[in-house]
Every structure is written in C-alpha cells, then in structure tokens.
Design a protein around this ligand. Structure first.
Ligand code: SAH
Ligand code: SF4
Length: 410
C-alpha cells in the first residue's frame, strides 16, 4: 500500500482557541439537578425558576452548541452576565487538528489542570463513512491496564477524564465539523438529529471507560438526552476490556451498546494479551455478555478481535471464537493489528485475515474486518497517545517508515 503523508495540520502546535479560565466551574457535564442546584447556589436564579432555566441552558448548550453565554439571546443580559461571572462553558484548547488523506480527523485537546495536577492532552478521532460519521472518544489519559498489544497500555494512567471533558470532545468535534445549527436559527427551534456529521460515538479512544464509570455514565446520559444532544443509545458503543461488574452496571444504568475487546478465546492466551482476564476470566465475561439487557438480532454485542500474526489468527482460533459466541447476538470486528515502536507483535498476513474472516462469515457473521483509518495521522486503534508520554519524534518516524514498508498492513 502506498501511503500519503501529505497531512493538513491546521495550526500545528498552535492553539485554535484560547484556553478556558480553569478557576470557574463548568456547566458542561452537570446533570440537570446539579445544574439547577449550581444556579441557585450562585444566587442567580430563585429555586422555583431553576427547572425552567436549566431547560433553556440545556437547549443552548446541547442542541445549539453555544460556547459563549453572550449568544443565549432569549436569556436576559443580567442573567447572562451573572452566568459569565460564575461559570464557564468554554471549549478546551485544540492543540492540533489533523486531517488524513482518507478524511479521518484527529484532534489533540488540552484540558486544564484539576487540583494540583498538570494540564493533560488527549486525542479524539472522527471517522466519516458512507451514511454515517463516528467519533472515537477517550475516557482516560493513559490506562491502568496493560494489554500487551496496545500502545496506550504502555502509558501510565495520568488521570480519569471528567464528564465535562468526555462531553467536550463531542462538542468540540461538532464545532469543528460545522455540525451545530447556524447562529440565526430561532431559540427553541427543533433541530433534527438526521443528517448530522457525528451520527455515532464509540468509547474506544484512550483508556478503559469502565474504570471511570461515573464520569462515563454521566457523559453518555447527557449525550443521549432527547432534549439535548439526542444521540440514540443504539448509536453509542462502549468498548471494554472486560470489567465484569461494571458491564452489568452499564446494562442497567447506561443502556448503550456494548463492545468487548475479546482478542482470545481461551484463558491462557487472554491472560497474556488482556491481563484483566486474570481477574475476570472468560467464563465470567461471557456470562455478563449473555445477561446484557435488551440483546436481540438488531441489538448485538460487538466482539473486537485484534489479528496478531501466529498468536491468535489460526483457523482453530476462528473455530473456537464461533463456539465461544454461540447463542449470543454478536457482531465480530476483526482489527488488523496496528504496530507501534517497541512492540513484539506483528499484524497477521492478509491471507490469514481473509481465511479467518471467511470462516466467521460462513458461520453467519457479516463483514467483520475493520479497515484501518487515518493511519497517516496515527489515528488508528491503539495508536493514540498523550502529552505525558508523547511519542518521540524518532519513534514516530520509525512508525511511519514501518507503515510505508507495509508492515502490518491489511
Ligand atoms: N480500553 C477499551 C477501549 C479502547 S481500545 C478496550 O480495551 O476495549 C479500542 C480497541 O482497540 C480495543 O479493542 C483494543 O483492544 C484495540 N487495540 C488496542 N491496541 C491496538 C492495536 N495496536 N492494534 C489494533 N487494535 C488495538
Ligand atoms: Fe487499556 Fe483498552 Fe489499551 Fe487494554 S486495550 S491497555 S484496556 S486502552
């Protein structure tokens, strides 16, 4: 494969927006009741008006995508000034925006320090496809888990993202894609969910979302709120390496679609690839999957399976996979391994992937190979990084060379 490296780096290393003032608490990411309490506690709104004000703000923040109180033109000037004094609704700083030759976009966001910490940087990826656009959102800076094939797994956890920071990725991406209605749309207008650039979200960026359960839950409930961002829960997928107790909670308390990073069909191999398997072995994981609420042929669990050469890519593995998933409404997503400097793994040969996919197809699972997207901007699975452990330039060049040489290419 020939790979184009003509990147459009919009203002590389240059902020596209000013950093928000960190000392003011944000209204983004608060549940309705919390927002009401915050408005009352700040003395801006009497208690009996709070619900109505929250409704107004909710519309401006999440339907209209406003990031400046001054634009909320059906709210009095005085109240807007009060809101401005007490709260922030500013977007995070965009440190870098890259656009791949295949249309994939990647943003590097910087969030201000929390408490005594440092500012953190995370990446969010947008993948446009025929008829839909998917935003891949991060939940943590780094990851505490150490899946042996994952680059994020080699980075220490710096911290959990807050609900605000998780939502900010969606709001900022929609800003940059022109996905919010025009400024002159009348206040309170109904804005259709159809035809949006971001039609789906996947919690498949950096981090293990179920190790940051409360913030992820809050953010996803706001993202799926019918009076706000209004993304259907069927268009939101949360990917986990298999944190079994929180899989049950996800089903009961969030209700989004589930993806499981399976990658192996027996405990010995899964212990090596996805070490959390030692704590929650396959039997318990598959039991939690079987019990996931609302499963049907139209609502399946996605099983992600990274294709590692001579590790998990034989026909016997494919056979074992089909057997393991028997009886679960499932989709299988075969992910060609994306290499990174220092890894000992290689991507399976194309023939091995096809052989594996054919077997899976014959067993009734459709189009299972995930085409790597945005490789020229290192936006593919497992390639996301953070400021804390930014890939050294020399490593980045090595990785680009590996990809151009077709290493691990599907
Ligand atoms: N932590 C969560 C979600 C983020 S990872 C999880 O593990 O599910 C998103 C997907 O990319 C996971 O299935 C993960 O196992 C896979 N992945 C990680 N590193 C990869 C790599 N180098 N090549 C291909 N897929 C990778
Ligand atoms: Fe963490 Fe997921 Fe990477 Fe495992 S695959 S180290 S859980 S981000």
């Amino acid at each position: 494969m020939s790979l184009s490296l003509d990147l459009t780096a919009a203002g590389a290393r240059e902020a596209l927006r000013p950093a928000p003032a960190p000392e003011k608490p944000s209204l983004i990411g608060l549940a309705r009741e919390e927002m009401a309490q915050a408005l009352v506690a700040a003395g801006l709104v009497p208690e009996k008006q709070a619900r109505m004000r929250v409704q107004q703000l909710w519309h401006w923040l999440y339907v209209r995508g406003v990031s400046d109180f001054a634009h909320m033109f059906n709210i009095s000037k005085d109240l807007r000034a009060g809101l401005e004094r007490h709260f922030s609704i500013a977007r995070p700083e965009i440190v870098e925006e890259q656009i791949s030759s295949d249309g994939t976009r990647k943003w590097l966001f910087r969030f201000p320090p929390r408490g005594a910490g440092r500012p953190v940087e995370i990446e969010t990826v947008y993948i446009p496809e025929e008829g839909r656009g998917t935003l891949c959102i991060s939940s943590q800076v780094g990851c505490t888990l150490t899946c042996s094939f994952c680059h994020t797994g080699t980075q220490k956890l710096v911290r959990n993202l807050t609900a605000e920071e998780i939502l900010a990725q969606l709001l900022s991406a929609r800003d940059r894609l022109g996905d919010f209605p025009d400024r002159d749309t009348p206040a309170g207008a109904i804005v259709p969910a159809e035809g949006r650039k971001v039609s789906n979200i996947v919690m498949m960026g950096m981090g293990e979302p179920l190790y940051n359960f409360e913030a992820v839950k809050k953010a996803l409930l706001i993202a799926s709120d019918g009076d706000g961002l209004a993304l259907s829960k069927r268009r939101i997928t949360l990917s986990t390496s298999g944190v079994v107790p929180e899989i049950y909670r996800t089903g009961e308390e969030i209700g989004v679609m589930l993806a499981i990073s399976l990658h192996a069909t027996n405990d010995d191999l899964r212990d090596l690839l996805v070490p959390i398997n030692k704590k929650f072995p396959l039997k318990e994981l598959m039991e939690a999957c079987r019990k996931y609420p609302g499963l049907s042929n139209a609502r399946r669990i996605t099983f992600e399976y990274v294709m590692l050469k001579d590790v998990n890519d034989s026909l016997d593995d494919a056979r074992a996979l089909v057997k393991l998933l028997k009886g679960i409404p499932a989709k299988i997503n075969l992910i060609p391994f994306n290499p990174w400097p220092g890894t000992n793994y290689q991507c399976s040969d194309w023939e091995a992937i096809e052989r594996f996919a054919d077997f899976i197809n014959n067993a009734g699972y459709a189009s299972p190979i995930r085409t790597p997207r945005g490789r020229d901007i290192l936006a593919a699975c497992g390639q996301l990084k953070s400021e804390s452990e930014r890939m050294r330039k020399v490593d980045r060049l090595a990785l680009e060379a590996m990809m151009i040489a077709g290493h691990g290419e599907a």
